[in-house]
Design a protein around this ligand. Structure first.
Ligand code: ATP
Length: 430
């Protein structure tokens, strides 16, 4: 099959001397690959260093030089990331060292979990998901990808350990191992699988990739809660909440669990701009129902800031106001797919996308592919960071609840018991 250059997309002719990025699984045409070849030269020829003592210094120099030159290069962030991998794997293979690359993803646990599983499936014929271990501080899952080798009738287990805390997922190890998965990972044993795995992972979830580090001994991995558990992020969940329902509750709680935030501010809107002209229940009732819904959750604050405003509540203005109150915090706006897809049309939507982050719940009834496309588009146009929550959201809307109440139907599986009681006691939505 004809190969395509990963940089310019041109078809590489059979006679052309292309540059093969063996571990990243990519080819570059002669013109695009020339610079890459220079960048990787030192790492590829490490086995010519015969003095063991000098090896570390040589590796240090190679890396320093590589990163300086890479910075100056014209490659896209994606090609830069695969060149970095290529360098590290080359060092691992040529210096007879164990190299572990930890990849950090800003993504919900389930999303990262699925991506790992799917990438494993693309790379291996037999994939078994195994061992779920949870601790208080963070969760850890271990996968074992079993790959059968027919010739020897034995098999190698490949471990992929992912750890997640507050929306940050770290893939700590992937490699073949015997006995103890942490200390006996060896990149060399199953190079083909490892490169296939990362290639599949990139193809599926390019936008996840955030940061990677290299260590030379997997037994030295130390992950503490403090290292990545505290996020310095606040989530703001705005809506008409007329009434607030179990879909809202699920999204707010999932944002706390998976969205990398320490605190959730629920912000009922006085007049939601797109709902002008419609009758909206009095502010004090919507505020009271929001409080009842999140009662007992210390991480949640229900704010009456917008309700007390005399003017229309625009999300951009509210976020600016909150940023003034929390100058050191990163603010993330929480919303469902329907709202997320429309963000560019909001008042100062572009500024909103440029200045703040988003946590989005995949609302039932909307195509997930559309959500993924929008996330990619916002990222490339405005640099917007978005975390997608993949916990299932119940298919509930406030409209459905108002209609059920008008028709005298039960709403007991649509809102919390306390809200149901409140609606009855106050004779709302009759
Ligand atoms: P209505 O039916 O009156 O339009 P709604 O149920 O959509 O109301 P809003 O108050 O407009 O509720 O929603 C606030 C935010 O919550 C929006 O960003 C919306 O996308 C999100 N949201 C609402 N319901 C769900 C749900 N079931 N799952 C995920 N997100 C939801």
């Amino acid at each position: 099959m004809a190969k395509e250059c990963a940089v310019c997309g041109k078809t590489i002719s059979l006679l052309e001397k292309s540059v093969k990025l063996k571990y990243a699984g990519a080819h570059l045409c002669t013109a695009c690959g020339h610079e890459a070849e220079q960048l990787l030269y030192g790492a590829r020829n490490l086995n010519n260093v015969d003095d063991e003592e000098k090896l570390n210094d040589v590796i240090g120099d190679i890396k320093e030089n590589f990163y300086a030159e890479l910075k100056k290069s014209h490659y896209s962030p994606y090609i830069k990331s695969i060149l970095k991998d290529e360098l590290l794997y080359n060092i691992g293979a040529n210096a007879f060292r164990k190299v572990i690359i930890r990849k950090y993803f800003r993504a919900g646990f389930d999303e990262a979990d699925n991506a790992v599983y799917e990438a494993g499936k693309s790379a291996s014929e037999t994939v078994l998901k195994t061992d779920l271990v949870k601790t208080d501080a963070f969760s850890q899952r271990t996968y074992i990808f079993e790959k059968m080798f027919l010739r020897t009738e034995s098999y190698t287990s490949l471990h992929v350990d992912i750890i997640n805390s507050g929306g940050i997922t770290i893939i700590t190890t992937i490699g073949a191992g015997g006995g103890d998965g942490y200390s006996n990972n060896d990149w060399g044993t199953e190079k083909a699988f490892v490169s296939d795995f990362w290639r599949a992972m990139r193809a599926k979830k390019r936008m996840f990739m955030e940061k990677e580090t290299e260590i030379d001994n997997p037994a030295r991995i130390e992950i503490t809660k403090d290292g990545f558990g505290v996020t310095n992020r606040i989530g703001i969940f705005g809506g008409t909440f007329d009434p607030i329902h179990l879909g809202h509750k699920a999204l707010g709680e999932a944002a706390l669990r998976e969205g990398s935030i320490d605190k959730l501010i629920v912000m009922p809107a006085k007049v939601q701009p797109f709902k002008q002209g419609k009758r909206v229940t009095e502010p004090e009732h919507r505020f009271a129902m929001a409080k009842l819904t999140f009662e007992g959750n210390e991480k949640v604050e229900v704010s009456d800031y917008e309700l007390n405003n005399t003017t229309i509540s625009y999300t951009y203005d509210t976020m600016k106001y909150l940023q003034g109150i929390y100058p050191d915090k990163k603010l993330c706006f929480i919303l469902g797919t329907d709202s997320f897809l429309m963000l560019e049309d909001w008042y100062k939507g572009i500024e909103l996308l440029e200045n703040f982050s988003f946590i989005v719940g995949d609302r039932p009834g909307y195509r997930e592919a559309e959500l993924d496309e929008a996330m990619l588009k916002y990222k490339s146009k405005y640099g917007t960071e978005t975390i997608k929550i993949t916990a299932d959201m119940p298919d509930i809307s406030a409209t459905e609840i108002r209609e059920a109440l008008k028709a005298d139907k039960s709403i007991d599986d649509l809102v919390t018991d306390a809200v149901e009681r409140y609606i009855k006691e106050n004779g709302l939505y009759n």
